[in-house]
Design a protein around this ligand. Structure first.
Ligand code: SAM
Length: 220
């Protein structure tokens, strides 16, 4: 599929729900817990370049900036409404970030020079399997040697958490695209793309399912 013919799922499954995105995520995902843990795992440093895939309404941009104001942050997202909201959010005093509208692609200009870290939150679960694979492969290609990828997303779901995921996230985003993530495919995709030290570093239970923090390194 080419970038021109590709379609995307908006932040909350439907375009009309985008204005409610921040409220819904705060209420339904224990956002303060997983986002804080995620930023600690990313450990952004002054002078590093970090690219965020599916940057949505800009909440991770703000969190990264607050943790490390001298990190260069670039967000990329195909959803124009979400990017507009993100740009408005970072106009707040002290916040600095750039956002690109579009799908992540390893030949994009914003990837020169190659980023130290590529991050993504709550994106892979909602894209089709082929797109999950394409994104993970493009991350590997785009990172500089020694760089790392950090993903926070709904991953392997078990027991009650699988049921909660089924009646919430899968009701909104559909089963077809989300099921491979719920079956634990992210670790496999990272391995297959060539990453080293692939791990699920943390599992955070929420009322909408388990959110996992993944990380992996590109050695060479
Ligand atoms: C649930 S939101 C997550 C937003 C943000 N990362 C966060 O943590 O709040 C998912 C985002 O992924 C974007 N998206 C959907 N399909 C995508 C794709 N194929 N590539 C990159 N981003 C995509 C959507 O536009 C949306 O903004």
């Amino acid at each position: 599929m080419t970038a021109e013919t590709r379609t995307h799922t908006p932040p909350l499954g439907h375009k009309a729900l985008t204005p409610l995105y921040d409220l819904a995520i705060a209420a339904l995902t224990r956002e303060s817990v997983w986002r804080r843990a995620f930023v600690l795992a990313i450990a952004p440093k002054a002078g590093e370049k970090v690219v965020d895939i599916g940057s949505g309404t800009g909440s991770l941009a703000i969190a990264v900036h607050n943790a490390s104001p001298k990190t260069t942050y670039i967000g990329v997202d195909p959803d124009e409404d979400a990017v507009e909201r993100a740009r408005a959010k970072v106009k707040r005093p002290g916040a600095a970030a750039k956002f690109e509208i579009g799908y992540f692609s390893s030949d994009a200009d914003y990837l020169k020079p190659a980023p130290d870290k590529i991050i993504s939150s709550l994106v892979l679960h909602q894209v089709p399997l082929a797109e999950k694979q394409r994104i993970v492969e493009a991350i590997y290609k785009s990172l500089k040697p020694g760089g790392s990828v950090h993903i926070a997303d709904y991953g392997l779901q078990k027991g009650l958490l699988r049921f909660l995921f089924r009646i919430t996230v899968q009701a909104l985003d559909g089963v077809k695209d989300t099921q491979p993530s719920a079956d634990g495919i992210i670790l496999e995709l990272l391995d297959e793309a060539g990453f080293s030290n692939v791990e699920e570093a943390m599992r955070i239970p929420t009322v909408t399912g388990t959110i996992s923090l993944y990380r992996a390194c590109k050695l060479f």
